[in-house]
Design a protein around this ligand. Structure first.
Ligand code: ZN
Length: 504
């Protein structure tokens, strides 16, 4: 079909959202501090413009007109999907009254500032009223959106369509039962030597090695670039410009390397979306007003975790690449072999901070947050009790005492940004990553490629089975088509069990 009014409206919306992404990328990588207030105004204006297009009469009329034309034409199913998905997203978004949208946006700006200070000062009390208001607003938003079983479902849906608390409960029950004994086993081993990762690794060299591997994974620097930031992220302005960022410390080698490979996994996803979907409904997240080709937060996370953990933390990966790493750091690593290095970057070590957690303990940081979020949104617990609840759960799951709120309830930015319901997507990503990786390895050529350090067959399979779809299918549909299964933690648990066995 030729370009229609629908395509034109979505194209305009996507252009505005890509421009917002570019301003946000700039704010987090290049912008001088003094520009913050003006930049905030620019982003707010463009967001208002995006909302006008997304909720405006032109887009609604274009959808209705074209759906009427398509009524008896099943051969246009993809086209119909674009129209129906967009209509549904507009309808869901419009259930939230303007006054809630406006208050949530204003609160978020203020709450993030207060949170940053509160975290630095270990001062939960100063953040408390803002978090209470955030939770109250999110409860109102959940009620406005609507749900079948649990109000939290309405919030999860914004990040992971089709996910519910009931499905998560089943997933988490399985993970807890399998992972807690594995952690105990791993903690019984002699601890690996982590000092070898702290020896003063020049940042320029870290970047060069990380990028060399990221390119081998399939991240295309002709359509991408790497910059430095405080909190690493990936962001795109269509598949033709997909940028990643990293943070490097010379005294902690894996921090920089694995974050780059994580973000490269996100980048490879965006760069692999079907070019025909650029500036279309299939690269536009109407609910979150965000230009993105990935089908959901969890599916996106599966692609980053796949390269970060399933590939780059494997024994085979370091057998293949440790010598190359040592060429970059001959003095620091002169007395280290690939096995010691592989052990060091896989050390199981229960810790207080989610973003620093190892693979075995990571999901407990997520489970703890999701249990708290669901209880808050259901009104079963009070915000002021969070430090105590946090401490109790941290002790129960990871055996740790929480010494202060900075390293407890104040550690993540999400709640100050009004993001309640996004944490589950990290664990969903871990689980899906294992399923995709196992399915890919069953395909001829992929395993032989991995064995030889040639990642092209793996990435080609991911391109053809995951990335190309953009947002034209749901995360559950993509997983089912690519792996023949629904979401199932069995493969993830098997991978972690095998890792613990190898670490013995
Ligand atoms: Zn990620």
């Amino acid at each position: 079909m030729d370009s229609s009014r629908f395509d034109e409206e979505i194209g305009r919306l996507n252009d505005v959202l890509c421009a917002i992404n570019l301003l946000n990328w700039d704010a987090r990588t290049q912008m001088p501090d003094g520009a913050a207030a003006m930049r905030g105004a620019q982003v707010a204006t463009l967001t208002g413009l995006a909302r006008e297009i997304a909720a405006g009469p032109a887009l609604r009329a274009a959808i209705a007109d074209e759906l009427a034309l398509l009524a008896d034409r099943p051969e246009n199913s993809l086209r119909r999907r674009a129209l129906l998905d967009t209509r549904t997203a507009i309808e869901v978004a419009s259930r939230v009254p303007d006054r809630l949208v406006v208050e949530a946006a204003a609160l978020k700006t203020r709450a993030q500032q207060v949170w940053a200070k509160a975290r630095a000062a270990n001062d939960f009390a100063s953040f408390l009223p803002f978090l209470e208001r955030t939770v109250a607003l999110q409860r109102e938003i959940a009620a406005a959106i609507g749900y079948e079983d649990h109000p939290y479902d309405a919030l999860i849906h914004q990040y992971e369509s089709g996910m519910t608390l009931k499905r998560l409960d089943r997933l988490f029950t399985g993970l807890k039962a399998a992972l807690l004994p594995l952690i105990d086993t791993a903690l019984g081993y002699p601890p690996p030597c982590r000092e070898i990762l702290e020896r003063g690794f020049p940042v320029e060299m870290q970047k060069r090695f990380a990028l060399q591997i990221a390119e081998a994974f399939g991240y295309d620097l002709k359509r991408g670039r790497l910059d430095e930031t405080v909190h690493p992220f990936e962001i795109s302005f269509t598949r033709e410009d997909v940028r990643i960022t990293g943070r490097f410390r010379d005294t902690w080698l894996p921090g920089g390397l694995f974050a780059i490979w994580h973000e490269a996994g996100h980048g490879i996803y965006e760069q692999g979306v079907d070019p025909a979907f650029s500036r279309s409904a299939f690269t536009t997240d109407i609910l979150n007003l965000y230009a993105v080709g990935g089908a959901s937060f969890g599916l996106h996370e599966s692609q980053s975790r796949l390269f970060e953990n399933r590939v780059a933390r494997s024994r085979r990966f370091w057998q293949l690449h440790f010598n190359a790493l040592r060429l970059y750091f001959p003095e620091q690593l002169h007395d280290v072999d690939e096995e010691a290095f592989w052990r060091a970057v896989n050390a199981v070590h229960p810790s207080l901070i989610r973003v620093e957690a190892d693979e075995l303990t990571y999901d407990f940081h997520v489970i703890l947050r999701v249990e708290i979020e669901a209880a808050l949104i259901a009104g079963e617990i009070a915000v002021r009790d969070l430090p105590a609840i946090w401490a109790e759960k941290m002790k129960a799951y990871l055996g740790l005492d929480v010494p202060d709120d900075t390293r407890g309830v104040l550690q993540d930015v999400h709640w100050s940004a009004g993001m309640v319901g996004s944490f589950p997507t990290y664990t969903i990503g871990n689980v899906m990553a294992a399923q995709f990786f196992a399915a890919a390895r069953r395909v001829p050529g992929v395993e032989a490629g991995l064995e030889a350090g040639d990642y092209r067959p793996l990435t080609r399979w991911l391109n053809d089975n995951v990335h190309c779809h953009g947002r034209s299918k749901s995360p559950d549909e993509i997983l089912q088509l690519a792996t023949g299964q629904g979401l199932d933690p069995a493969q993830y648990i098997a991978d972690l069990r095998e890792k613990v066995r190898l670490l013995a």
